[in-house]
Ligand binder design. Structure first.
Ligand code: PLP
Length: 424
């Protein structure tokens, strides 16, 4: 059955036909491609079309799809049992690997998704500080946790309103939402409310409103203000962990948060999340301490095997410089093509992560993102798709490259993008 047929069947039994909303192509029009298989830098749909994949499962597949070392690790572990509900050596190895890669993490707990990681981290932060208020930044996504799925209410310094129905206002009101990259606003807020803030949670590089890098001094200021107010700083590194170096973005910029959330890459495509931090905070977790947190499949052996194999390849190959070079070239060439086509494009990028905005001038804030031309992105997306390039089916997501995207793949993407841009 083809993708359209499968989608027609899917919408009868799965809300919207998908198990995660952005897969439904609502932002770009049309219906989703159903995937048959994926190999290296390619995904193949059920019609047999091949696409160069720049979504990479929204980040986890930094080694490309079906990497032999990861597949072998998963196969071996699956043969020894899929889940025990009892501790394994794999979990200890995985914890040691992450703790030594990210020095701010003394202790870590594994869960099954990024959402669980952020949800548990804020529970722990509230218990540790004996405060309620959480601060997040507009456009940052921390999973579908009730108190984090909120947006700014009216006015610059204000408490949140639910971003979706089903979240009580009383829950939303325990979160404040501030503008990303606006140091002045943040300082002003902390001056008034800092002493009631349990934690500030932030994506050190924003990856869920396209890709936005922190302005010079922004993260430093957030670190300083949280420390001086006795609030915890939580870096949500679910996307950025092991993306820019063998460690967190925090290690690249030399800022140590109190807690870190991880996911995506550390599972190598299996459902894994994690949160970790200073020992005195983490020791408050059950059964060592009074803060309850649990999971039937947490630290699942097959998932741990997949994550460990992925991290081992990253450590051994250290591909980060090479990835940066590829992305630099992609960004440069697409920028060049956009100028030739007379279509304003801003291509934010760092390491293997990027964001394409149809926007004139820098994109550094949520407002800049909102001003970019989503209609043009949809056209671009669909033309690229027809030519065998799979970009994120939304203008508000990041673009990734993997270690198996080589010059040939990039040439194809660059040529295709040049042609597409000239038709926009
Ligand atoms: C993907 C993501 C999450 C949520 O992770 P899930 O595994 O989808 O629950 C949280 N935070 C950030 C920064 C993410 O990119």
């Amino acid at each position: 059955m083809d993708s359209a047929g499968l989608f027609a069947k899917a919408i009868k039994v799965i809300p919207g036909g998908v198990n995660s909303p952005v897969r439904a192509f609502k932002r770009v029009g049309g219906t989703p491609r159903f995937v048959e298989k994926a190999q290296g830098p390619y995904i193949f749909d059920v019609e047999g079309n091949r696409y160069i994949d720049h979504v990479l499962s929204w980040g986890p597949m930094i080694l490309g799809h079906a990497h032999p070392a990861v597949v072998e690790a998963v196969r071996q572990q699956a043969g020894k049992g899929m889940s025990f509900g009892a501790p394994t050596e794999l979990e200890v190895s995985m914890a040691e690997t992450v703790c030594s890669a990210i020095p701010s993490i003394d202790m870590i707990r594994f869960v099954s998704s990024g959402t669980e990681a952020t949800m548990s981290a804020i529970r722990l932060a509230r218990a540790y500080t004996e405060r309620e208020l959480i601060v997040k930044f507009e456009g940052c996504y921390h999973g579908h946790v009730d108190s984090l799925l909120v947006k700014a209410g009216s006015g610059a310094l204000t408490f949140a309103i639910p971003d979706t129905s089903g979240i009580p206002e009383t829950v939303a009101s325990t979160t404040a939402v501030l503008p990303y990259n606006e140091t002045g606003c943040f300082k002003e807020f902390m001056k008034v409310h800092g002493q009631s803030v349990a934690a500030v949670i932030i994506e050190p590089v924003a990856g869920n409103m396209g890709m936005i890098q922190p302005r010079q001094g922004f993260l430093e200021s957030v670190r300083e203000q949280t420390r001086s107010n006795g609030a915890l700083l939580i870096f949500d590194e679910v996307i950025t962990g092991f993306r820019f170096c063998f460690g967190g973005y925090q290690d690249l910029v030399g800022i140590a948060p109190d807690m870190t959330c991880l996911g995506k890459i550390i599972g190598g495509g299996m459902p894994v999340g994690a949160f970790g931090g200073k020992a005195d905070i983490m020791s408050m977790l059950s059964p060592a301490g009074p803060v309850y947190q649990a999971g039937t499949l947490s630290g699942n052996p097959v998932a741990m095997a997949s994550g460990l194999a992925t991290l081992k390849v990253l450590r051994d190959e250290n591909p980060y410089e090479r990835l940066t070079k590829y992305m630099d070239r992609l960004a440069f060439e697409i920028g060049d093509a956009s100028k030739k086509a007379g279509v304003p494009v801003t291509f934010n990028h760092e390491g293997s992560m990027g964001g394409i905005f149809f926007h004139e001038g820098p994109v550094e804030t949520f407002n800049d993102v909102m001003e970019s031309d989503a209609g043009r992105y949809a056209l671009f997306f669909n033309t690229m798709l027809k030519q065998g390039v799979y970009l994120a089916p939304s203008p508000y997501e990041s673009l990734f490259i993997s270690t198996v995207h080589d010059d040939e793949h990039l040439d194809h993407v660059i040529n295709t993008a040049g042609k597409c841009l000239s038709t926009l």
